[in-house]
Design a protein around this ligand. Structure first.
Ligand SMILES: [Zn+2]
Length: 175
């Protein structure tokens, strides 16, 4: 836990005049980094939503997808997010259940107005979202990896373009 980033009850943020600010300087429990995460976060209670803004950076070690070498890279974010606060807890629960039953994947963050805002959790999520999906230690690896990926895609397409005479057989196989 980064000192000073303890969860804050939303009721406390509501009573706070304007935005509450935190300075970030420390290591996150759930994200290994070479240097402390440095930056700032602010949260402002706007009645039915919470406006969270923040920026931070750190240095992390990632593993290259191609050569499997570890390499250092900057990880940062600079963003703002609106988190909706559902005034009625019963409604909130109902909505969650509705969502579950309909399996809607809509990604509107919402939290219970009686819950806490966790600045450290929020920073962790923003940094995690910015970890690149394809990791390359150098331009050389990036190019080699993407051409390999293209080759794979080509292979897949070729596989799908099979001799039309086999179609009947495929139909039978898929029955
Ligand atoms: Zn590499």
């Amino acid at each position: 836990m980064i000192p000073g980033l303890q969860p804050v009850p939303l009721s406390q943020l509501k009573a706070h005049l304007g935005a509450k600010r935190w300075i970030i300087d420390g290591f996150l429990d759930d994200l290994e980094s070479l240097t402390p995460v440095k930056g700032e976060v602010s949260a402002e209670h706007k009645g039915n939503f919470l406006l969270v803004k923040g920026k931070a950076y750190t240095l992390v070690i990632l593993r290259c997808d191609r050569c499997l070498c570890d390499f250092k890279t900057n990880l940062d974010f600079n963003c703002e997010e609106i988190i909706s606060l559902n005034e009625n807890e019963n409604n909130n629960r109902q909505r969650r259940e509705d969502r579950k039953s309909r399996e809607i994947d809509s990604f509107v963050e919402s939290i219970d107005p009686y819950a806490n805002f966790e600045p450290e959790r929020w920073i962790f999520e923003q940094l995690s979202l910015n970890i690149p999906i394809s990791k390359s230690c150098s331009n050389e690896c990036l190019e080699a990896y993407s051409s390999k990926y293209n080759d794979l895609n080509k292979l897949k397409t070729e596989k799908n373009n099979i001799d039309p005479r086999w179609n009947k057989l495929n139909e039978i196989r898929n029955l």
